[in-house]
Write a protein that binds this ligand. Structure first.
Ligand code: ADP
Ligand code: ZN
Length: 788
């Protein structure tokens, strides 16, 4: 009897929720038939999950019919949107990504949506007529009566309600409560009325024009939206670019534009040396896409450091551009998200997570600086935005352009097998030459007469002096922040290290503290050795702070600035440092890899690399690739204006091929050598990898878990009866302890990607307490980048 009634008045739906649930994409809920027209795929709904109420995405009507106990299926509590916020192609991307990255669909969804969509909705309720009791209480209606009501009978059309509306007891209670509040969020309301169907009560009150519902978008933002040009005339209003593309630019543009026009999927690797005009090619393509009435997604590794691209795009395409970046608050990101779904945006520029922007009708995807490791998310789910951009392009059937002066070997290898098309811009625009690069061999040079001598070789010192006196700008690069990497007692040999992590503490002059770069722990720097109490602590491993100090001594009158994570911790500092660098209010800029990224500052004629070996000596198979990329990119900052550039690289490994190739600006030679080496050792791109890391306070338990994982993995591997992947480990991670947790890892590597992933997925499913517990965390990293 009960079942009959349920099936006649309600139906079942699949809802995606951002909580990790094993083995399923969606949860099933019940929803009353009256809402069927409101439920469009992609709108947000509020559903109960356990004891919590969570925002989810309505995916579709449920296909499953045979539930063992359908009466236990819970009801949807709220429908938050009238139009979808999660378009169809995102649904496919979402499911693909969850499968590929071996993560639960819920976790993947959580990464895709702007933060606060995950928790309660923040819909605001405002009372429209705050007069006391305009509503007369009537006999409460039954549900059936309410469904029979036609709102137009009581409301009339377009005019205020002539009669006092009839409310149910529930609606009346909510209305009574609201009259004492001017503005209240649905979150508060739900706390007040935990058991009722709040959404339908509010809908009735809204229909009676007693209240107003708003989604937290400010008035200002709305005005901003409304002044946008109509899409129709926008394509004609784009100012024609004044630059004439070079022959190489034209050729690259034409190849991509052809695919764009025919709405096909194809990946292009645009390999262009620094300053070769890649950005100009992107912007032309954007223009073509818009003329085709298509939308564009432009991914960049970091907004603040690629500010010029945003500026140039906004200059040209005005208000049809929005930017998504990590410095935005969750609320701001949500506003941008809504803005995109409103259909008034044609170009979305954003960092990693923007690969999930809700853009429909995509015609072009550009991934600038595609080699940058910032595209890899280092938190669960550990997706790679460049790789997902390619999947998205395939789903949307549009070209994907990967641009870089130093392509990743993964992308380059795909060009060799012709899966991607390689396009080259091998010269700088307007026949500007690439800077000349010299190497200083630190092994042959050992004066230690004064402090600054230990940092600047005579060649670099002279070059800095000359460049400053010529009124030019110099850039100094060292990939190590702080003052000294560690403090060591010269009496007993003790090195200060973190109690929670197996790393040394870095000495920071700013605040005179020692700080752990892994867990953030810091304390005042001690004068005496904590071990033998001698006053004999000495810093080793020069960091950016020490360079700055030495430079001030060398050039006391120069305007010096430092760009690293410490110097720009204060909000707004990053913008300031970059702005004064661009406007030549800074003569010398010192920094970590933050200075290697895309600034186009014409006054820079000298680049100094203080120690090229820093990235080279990390225990990572990509160490040589990273070194080549960093050196080439930083060298590319020099000589972008009229005057030629000069680059001086100090190193202890002048013979290393990554350094030699960077000196000669020879990507092809580097790629050939490096690929040969990767092939020999069976590393990506010739194999795929999954790193499974086990973390926990109890080291013994962590090791056992890792060992058991390997046992199960080996068993499965044998049962698949194939060549199968190689299992490396279990072994302690290179950094054995972080934040008091011991870390072990198992690295699995193989040529057959689907088999590799299937194997790990199987073992994962079998594992008790998948994902781990508070005592044991299991991190699965597909295509890992950081394996420390
Ligand atoms: P990349 O992205 O390859 O480093 P950009 O696109 O930023 O290079 O171009 C470098 C500089 O050259 C920019 O100032 C840009 O405006 C200018 N530029 C690009 N293409 C041309 C061109 N065809 N003619 C003249 N200047 C150009
Ligand atoms: Zn620490």
């Amino acid at each position: 009897m009960l079942e009959e009634k349920i099936s006649s008045s309600s139906f079942l739906v699949d809802v995606a929720v951002p909580v990790p649930i094993v083995g399923t994409n969606v949860l099933t809920y019940r929803v009353s038939e009256v809402f069927s027209s409101k439920l469009v795929p992609g709108v947000r709904v509020i559903v109960p999950v356990g004891r919590r109420k969570i925002t989810g995405i309505f995916i579709r009507r449920s296909e499953t019919e045979n539930f063992t106990s359908p009466e236990k299926i819970k009801e949807i509590l709220d429908i938050l949107d009238e139009t979808p916020v999660f378009p169809r192609d995102l649904t496919d991307l979402w499911q693909w990504a969850a499968r590929y990255y071996l993560t639960s669909p819920g976790e993947m969804l959580g990464a895709m949506l702007p933060g606060w969509m995950l928790t309660e909705s923040k819909i605001m309720v405002r009372v429209k007529r705050p007069t006391k009791s305009p509503v007369r209480k009537k006999k409460p209606k039954t549900n059936q009566e309410r469904e029979d009501d036609n709102p137009h009978d009581t409301l009339g059309i377009g005019i205020p309600p002539p009669t006092i509306p009839m409310l149910t007891a529930t609606e009346q209670a909510v209305w009574d409560y609201l009259q004492n509040q001017q503005r209240v969020s649905t979150k508060t309301l739900r706390r007040q009325f935990p058991t009722i169907s709040l959404f339908s009560a509010l809908k009735t009150l809204e229909e009676h024009q007693l209240i107003e519902l708003s989604d937290g978008i400010s008035k200002q933002q709305r005005n901003h939206i409304s002044i946008f040009h109509e899409r129709e005339d926008f394509a004609q209003k784009i100012p024609v670019s004044s630059v004439n593309l070079s022959a190489a630019q034209t050729q690259a543009y034409a190849k991509i534009a052809e695919v764009l026009r025919s709405e096909k999927f194809r990946v292009f690797l645009l390999h262009g040396v620094t300053g070769s005009g890649k950005t100009e090619v992107y912007l032309r393509l954007v223009q073509t896409a818009i003329t085709q009435r298509k939308r564009v997604l432009l991914l960049v590794p970091e907004i603040a450091l690629t500010h010029q691209l945003v500026e140039r795009a906004t200059e040209r395409f005005g208000q049809r551009v929005v930017v998504l970046h990590s410095a935005q608050t969750v609320n701001e990101r949500w506003q941008v998200w809504r803005h995109i779904t409103s259909g008034q945006i044609d170009i979305v520029i954003g960092v990693r997570s923007a690969v999930f922007a809700p853009i429909e009708n995509l015609g072009l995807i550009v991934v600038d600086e595609e080699h940058d490791s910032a595209y890899k998310q280092e938190d669960t789910p550990r997706y790679h935005a460049r790789d997902l951009a390619i999947v998205r392009g395939k789903l949307a059937s549009c070209p994907v352009v990967l641009g870089s002066a130093t392509p990743s070997l993964e992308s380059y290898a795909h060009c060799q097998t012709r899966r991607y098309s390689l396009l080259e811009l091998s010269e700088r625009v307007e026949a500007r030459s690439l800077p000349s690069v010299e190497i200083v061999d630190l092994r042959q040079w050992k004066h230690k007469s004064d402090d600054s001598d230990r940092i600047f070789s005579p060649v670099l010192r002279q070059a800095l002096l000359d460049n400053y006196h010529a009124g030019k700008q110099s850039l100094l690069f060292l990939n190590r922040r702080g003052y000294a990497s560690y403090l060591q007692c010269k009496s007993c040999g003790e090195v200060l290290s973190c109690n929670q992590c197996s790393v040394t503490l870095t000495f920071h002059l700013q605040g005179r503290v020692v700080r752990c770069h892994y867990c953030g722990f810091s304390r005042p720097a001690p004068d005496h050795c904590p071990h033998c109490h001698e006053l004999d602590l000495e810093g080793s491993g020069v960091g950016t702070e020490q360079i700055e100090e030495a430079l001030v001594r060398l050039l006391p009158n120069a305007r010096v600035a430092r760009l690293d994570r410490d110097s720009v911790r204060k909000k707004g500092m990053l913008g300031k440092v970059i702005e004064s660098w661009r406007t030549h209010e800074t003569d010398v800029l010192i920094g970590t890899q933050m200075v290697t990224k895309g600034h186009d500052v014409p006054g820079v004629t000298l680049v100094g690399v203080l120690l090229a070996d820093v990235a080279l000596n990390l225990p990572d198979f990509r160490a040589a690739e990273r070194t080549f990329q960093l050196l080439t990119q930083v060298a590319g900052r020099a000589g972008r204006g009229e005057d030629p550039g000069r680059v001086i690289i100090q190193t202890y490994s002048p013979q290393h091929y990554s350094i030699r190739c960077a000196v000669q600006h020879d990507f092809l030679r580097f790629a050939t050598l490096e690929l040969r080496y990767r092939k020999k050792l069976g590393y990506p791109p010739f194999a795929r990898m999954v790193n499974v890391r086990f973390e926990g306070v109890d080291g013994e338990r962590v090791r056992t878990a890792a060992e058991q994982f390997v046992v199960r993995l080996s068993a499965f591997k044998t049962s698949t009866n194939s060549k199968g992947p190689t299992i490396l480990g279990p072994a302690p991670a290179p950094i054995e302890r972080i934040k008091g947790r011991e870390r072990w890892q198992v690295l699995i590597k193989g040529e057959d990607r689907p088999l590799l992933h299937e194997l790990v997925a199987k073992v994962q499913e079998e594992a008790p307490g998948r994902g781990g517990s508070s005592q044991l965390r299991i991190v699965v990293d597909v295509d890992p980048y950081n394996m420390l």
